[in-house]
Design a protein around this ligand. Sequence first.
Ligand code: SAM
Length: 233
Amino acid sequence: MNAAKNEFFDQWSAYAEILARNYMHHDDIFGAVAAYLAARFEHKPFAVLDLGSGNAFHLARALAGRAVSRYVGYDLSEIALAEARENLAGLGCAVRLQRADLRAGLRCEAEKFDLIVASFALHHLLSADKRAFFQQAAERLNDGGMVLVIDTFRASGESRELYLDRYCDWLGSRCQTLDAAALAGLIDHIRTCDFPENAEDLARMAGNAGLNGAMKIHQVRWHESWGFERSGV
Ligand SMILES: C[S@@+](CC[C@H](N)C(=O)[O-])C[C@H]1O[C@@H](n2cnc3c(N)ncnc32)[C@H](O)[C@@H]1O
């Protein structure tokens, strides 16, 4: 991870404003994810690994009412993790939060999980690291488990340069309450650190790791939510 990214999420305040104002449509996205998880897991217990958890506010809400048996979260932002501890308290299960790179977390976890979540975090990795992510995530899944990716995606055939111009124009015009410095920091962070894939390429990476069952759960503009599991499970 580079210095620009650390700085943006270490401060957390600009991203907190984005969440509070629903600028990236988190409310809509996680509403759909909550419905999906309710239908999939019903009241069966399941263990969750959340990679790039941030403050876990929206995932905690989406998991409310489910029988989460264990939650493990990794993030690099100390401020976000402190908030996550409070936001996850209502789940009523064991919660372990670690300040570490999500790739190291995935490698080091000894136990397996039923749901591995990467929400707006995977796009920070380059393609080779995303491929490694799926390989390692597949190894950490229990039978019947799934990887849930919520993220920014390039449209099919859209170059990174074109994506960055379009996405920054769109998000910049929505973030009306960010002051000029915060907006400049956000745009600089996106242009420096974001490497979204298109959905076909991400599904191929998951498939190469044995996760052939790709399900699109939701889409709003460039924000897509996908579940990946072993087909036939
Ligand atoms: C855009 S926020 C998403 C937070 C939350 N998952 C959500 O959906 O709102 C990205 C988060 O990923 C974290 N992050 C980025 N790269 C990471 C890495 N390599 N390892 C661990 N955390 C990372 C950042 O600190 C930040 O909290």
